[in-house]
Design a binder for this molecule. Structure first.
Ligand SMILES: [Zn+2]
Length: 281
């Protein structure tokens, strides 16, 4: 078995709200063996979806593959499908409920930052998920997974549910430097082998000194942190500060600009500048 390094949850300009072409993404993240590109299913016509899959295939190389996948809205959450066949937006119920699958279903950015918290412990299709994107460096602190994520992990482990934990970027318009890397244990570097290994939990996540095993065990330099009080407190502080940043800058800031008659395009530009600023910190 070989270990391949990759990243998950990157949008290309096949999504209406994203900026970078597949070439830009390949160039920027050329050190990664696989990049899971997750464009919005709602933005893809049949033709565009086909082109997206073809481009990923044509631009995959021996040492780097581009895995096309799609993100769609479901029960007020975002779900990501990674599989070898294109899916139909009208049949996502079946895709989620089908047990006999050679694809993966992931709950995307489990914890976005807003002031309304609804416990994911009661998410109606929790048991149908293969993975949960427990930590997302766009929505959460770049340094530590959110406190809320840690408590969900501990809940799922206690219930002995067979759900794996992924981390991602949700990259749209500003390149992210501090990514969560996925190290997958696998025989071959091809789409289906990576999918199978992720499904079986043969991977771990890494962000600086934090390692998260696929089953949710979180480590800092060999110390297991899932029940560590100090770690939980730091995670809680960072979690709250990222919520404040998000609510102040994005929600309130954007609404204020809107009230003053600033157009959407300009507001997106301002937001990109703020994101770029935070990337430089
Ligand atoms: Zn996304």
């Amino acid at each position: 078995m070989v270990i391949f390094k990759g990243i998950f949850h990157v949008h290309s300009n096949y999504s209406n709200d994203a900026k970078f072409s597949i070439d830009d993404i390949r160039e920027k993240y050329k050190d990664y063996n696989f990049i899971i590109i997750t464009d919005h299913l709602e933005h893809l016509s049949k033709e565009k979806y086909k082109k997206f899959i073809e481009e990923c295939k044509n631009k995959s190389r021996k040492n780097q593959i581009l895995i096309p996948s799609v993100e769609f809205y479901y029960l007020k959450k975002h779900i990501i499908y990674i599989g070898n066949k294109p899916i139909d937006i009208n049949k996502v119920d079946y895709i989620i409920n089908n047990k006999n699958r050679d694809y993966i279903i992931i709950l995307a950015h489990a914890y976005k930052n807003n002031l309304i918290f609804k416990s994911l412990k009661k998410f109606p299709v929790l048991d149908k998920l293969d993975c949960i994107e427990i930590w997302n460096v766009h929505h959460n602190s770049k340094r530590l997974l959110p406190y809320r994520a840690l408590s969900l992990i501990n809940f799922i482990k206690k219930q002995k549910k067979d759900i794996k934990f992924l981390g991602g970027l949700d990259l749209h318009r500003v390149f992210i430097k501090k990514v969560i890397e996925i190290y997958v244990n696998c025989n071959n570097l091809d789409n289906q082998s990576i999918i199978n290994s992720i499904k079986k939990g043969r991977f771990y996540l890494k962000n600086d000194n934090i390692i998260i095993k696929s089953d949710g065990d979180v480590f800092y330099k060999n110390i297991r942190l899932n029940d560590n009080i100090l770690f939980k407190s730091i995670a809680l502080i960072l979690d709250i500060s990222s919520i404040i940043k998000f609510v102040l800058v994005y929600n309130i800031g954007s609404k204020l600009l809107n009230i003053f008659g600033v157009g959407k395009e300009y507001r997106v530009g301002v937001r990109d500048k703020i994101d770029s600023f935070f990337e430089k910190l």
